[in-house]
Design a protein around this ligand. Structure first.
Ligand code: GBH
Length: 463
């Protein structure tokens, strides 16, 4: 493990930011306490067949009641930063009206604990838990939701902005829009591509409105602000040199990455994707002034990286169009090692991605999530020898170092996740934690990967 450490961190500077990440609904539990109202995830979990074994976040890791111990655990790992999300339905139950003091109080106490232990808080405002009432009023496909989000962001920033410097507006808007409204395999489970495209624009508008507010307020109050947006990004590699495969990659990258990055960084939607959508009779619902709001300057781009993928523009049968007459964009499986999610393990794609982001967008980046689920076993001695996860982390951290060596301005890395938690539609049996959670006793146990991570951080600090 020592060797793997030295190799992984070689070239990372002493001020490189090291963290662990979580999200509210995945860990907090206490779903009906202190005024919290249901989010789209509470509702979705109640629909039979949507989540493995019908599991939900009612209890999860019971973090809401165990927060001080969990912060002690975080501090013990030696990380300097903790990335967590605020639950909108705790802070503003129902998605409208004044702040709920009890909801805010939990996060104030969390920030107190982190400060007391010398750990920097990094807040994500929205990690998928839209108040159900706002979904009932149309959800993200409705423009009003963007304004509601900005109002919620203002309540949160007013309460915590004087103490917290790092703010991420949205976690993975692609997932909120596409998985939530087009594919339906995440909450709220709707299946309409046109609506999902409307959701994209309103998520980005909400991001921009919230960003404007935080920028103005930070300037007025003299607060330091590190403002970001986190996207799930990968790479799209053509299977062959054919025109069809190049086109498939253009579309995959366009809908997965450029549709978000271009408006946010450059103030315009990618023309090729706008044209593809128009050919399907779909239009982004842009109004005058929206793009200027969406392009409010950012300090950092958060990158959640899980894998790079290979694409083909033809079906296995050789067709170039699908049942709807649309050009084929097909992910091609490769003979590579995989995680328990069945995701291919592709660390060098992370280097390629970071170098490309530097070249095309030029923003400083932080890896706000990277990690893997594996089928952990607890040994007779009670230890979890998750060498596969350690290797995964080491290879990806080394990929970050390689990107830096090629000029990419990557400033930090957060392991996903601090601890095993509610893995959305997969329920509790996909374990992404570097800390194990026993869901019967709520006992937390450091896996070998957590100990390795602690050693690794220590080594860069003292390099
Ligand atoms: C993150 O989403 C979430 O932010 C986090 O809450 C979650 O627990 C974590 O990942 C682990 O799932 O083409 O087969 O590679 C990541 C969501 C995962 C969406 C990869 C796109 C592509 C599937 N992304 N997925 S595949």
């Amino acid at each position: 493990a020592r060797e793997i450490t030295a190799q992984a961190v070689s070239g990372l500077p002493a001020d490189f930011r090291w963290g662990v990440a979580t999200a509210a609904y995945q860990i907090e539990g206490a779903a009906a306490e202190d005024g919290r109202t249901p989010s789209i995830w509470d509702t979705y979990c109640g629909v039979p067949g949507m989540v493995v074994r019908g599991e939900n976040g009612d209890v999860a890791c019971d973090h809401y009641h165990r927060m001080p111990e969990d912060v002690a655990l975080i501090a013990d790992l030696g990380v300097d930063t903790y990335r967590f999300s605020l639950a909108w339905p705790r802070i503003q139950p129902g998605g409208r009206g004044p702040a709920n003091a009890k909801g805010l109080d939990f996060y104030k106490r969390l920030v107190d604990e982190l400060e007391a232990k010398g750990v920097t808080p990094w807040i994500t405002l929205y990690h998928w838990d839209l108040p159900q009432e706002l979904e009932d009023a149309g959800g993200w496909p409705a423009r009003d939701t963007a304004y509601r989000f900005a109002e919620y962001a203002a309540l949160a920033y007013d309460a915590l902005g004087d103490r917290v410097k790092h703010w991420t507006t949205l976690n993975e808007p692609w997932c909120s829009a596409m998985l939530g409204y087009a594919y339906g395999n995440q909450a709220p489970g709707r299946k309409n591509f046109g609506e999902a495209i409307h959701a994209v624009h309103h998520l980005l508008l909400g991001h921009g409105l919230a960003s404007q507010y935080m920028r103005e307020q930070a300037a007025e109050r003299g607060n330091a602000l590190d403002l970001g947006l986190t996207l799930n990004l990968g790479t799209a590699t053509p299977e062959t040199q054919s025109h069809e495969d190049a086109e498939a990659c253009r579309r995959a990258d366009g809908l997965g990455a450029r549709l978000y990055l271009d408006p946010v960084v450059k103030g315009s939607y990618p023309a090729d994707i706008v044209a593809d959508l128009a050919a399907q009779g779909i239009e982004l619902p842009v109004q005058d002034g929206d793009l200027a709001v969406i392009a409010t300057p950012l300090d950092v781009l958060g990158v959640n990286f899980y894998r790079g993928a290979l694409f083909s523009g033809v079906t296995e049968e050789g067709a170039t169009t699908d049942a709807d007459g649309l050009p084929v964009t097909r992910g091609v499986e490769r003979d590579l090692p995989r995680t328990a999610m069945d995701w291919e393990i592709t660390p060098t794609a992370l280097t390629d991605l970071l170098v490309r982001l530097e070249k095309d967008y030029g923003l400083p980046t932080v890896i706000t999530e990277n990690g893997a689920a594996f089928d952990d076993t607890v040994s007779a001695d009670g230890e979890i020898h998750d060498a596969d996860r350690t290797t995964y982390l080491a290879d990806h951290i080394a990929a970050v170092a390689a990107a830096r060596a090629q000029g990419a301005d990557v400033r930090g890395y957060f392991a996903w996740s601090l601890m095993d938690n509610f893995e959305w539609s997969y329920g509790y049996d996909k374990r992404f934690g570097i800390v194990r959670v026993d869901y019967d006793t709520q006992e937390r146990t450091l896996k070998d990967s957590a100990k390795w991570y602690r050693d690794t951080i220590h080594l860069t600090r003292n390099a």
